[in-house]
Design a protein around this ligand. Sequence first.
Ligand SMILES: [Zn+2]
Length: 113
Amino acid sequence: MHEMAIAHSILDLVEREAARQHASHVRTLELEIGQLANVDVGALRFALDVVLRDTIAHGARVDVAEPPGSAFCLRCGHDVALARRGEACPACGSYQLAVTGGDTLRVAGIVVD
Ligand SMILES: [Zn+2]
């Protein structure tokens, strides 16, 4: 389950950021998980529950924003919305799409005490 590995990387980032802010506790984690990021948000929440236990972010609230995917169609030249990888261009039906957004996971911010 790769969500467990992702949860560990998130913890690394959060611990570094918390240290930089001289925080004693992380209250909220703000994550941005694009719809095309290939991350199961439910599984990630579960993994974070386990990984954050007994850390500086123990019991932190996890806010998840899921920006929609977007792509550029190489055939018709439209910028289109894309709910998942492998879908055809809604404008012309081509599968030659280059993903341009909504494919990343990042820690948008943390709220600390
Ligand atoms: Zn198209």
